[in-house]
Design a protein around this ligand. Sequence first.
Ligand code: NAI
Length: 250
Amino acid sequence: MSGLVLITGGASGIGAAAGRATAAAGMHPVLCDIAAFPSDAANVWRSPLDVSDEDAVGREIAAIEAELGPIEGLVNAAGILGRMHPPQRLRMSDWDREIAVDLRGTYVMCREVGSRMATRRRGAIVNIASIVSLSSAPVHGYGPAKAAVANLTATLAAEWGPRGVRVNAVSPGFTRTPALQRGFDAGVMDAARMAELAALRRLVEPDEIGRVIAWLLGSGASAITGVNLPVDAGFLCGVTWQAYGGLRGG
Ligand code: NAI
């Protein structure tokens, strides 16, 4: 693919890394976000875009295609991390917001852009799920939202595959982004503990996720659709070892 790739959540973390990786792969990234970009940022769509607002998404996608041409790739990296409260303390307003951005926002973007791709019979989408889509974690809104993103990915892959559109998900493990850093700074997440539990004994870097996203969009992955690929430094493969005393030395 050498065409236009729209990346939501492009102002930070994994979305910004997807922008760097797709540019390096010869694609034409356009970053959008609900937050403002620095005035000197390149490849950005300046109007703020809330992915959970379907009217705004419809308007902005039409404007982007009118100005820049057909979108050939879509990366849904906009997201908010989940609140780690037990159910009796998790406010329904927080649960609703996590579902609205992480699940509904992903669907709204896929629906608007994927339908256009299906009409043109060309396109690739990468949704950002999470390792919590494949296990459980103490995030009662975020976890179900991400599991649903994995299911949505397979559902849309089957829906649009016959019309040449591929839809895949990447499930990052603990990735050193501003969102995770906020958790470290607040003392609710422990970087050393997260690194120790992964088989590779480290966190994932945003650019490692970005490169996988670019690969899934490109011709190297032309027969891959409907998958949910963990990129987690071996967190999932090592976690059951905790019941046997943990990973061996190293
Ligand atoms: P981040 O906070 O660094 O970046 C997220 C971006 O999304 C921000 O620029 C934010 O302004 C934007 N955003 C938030 N709500 C939005 C909305 N309604 N509309 C448009 N943009 C919006 O976070 P990070 O870590 O880069 O996360 C990106 C995605 O990766 C999220 O879906 C997150 O759940 C997922 N993820 C992150 C992991 C990590 O360890 N950092 C692990 C697993 C998944």
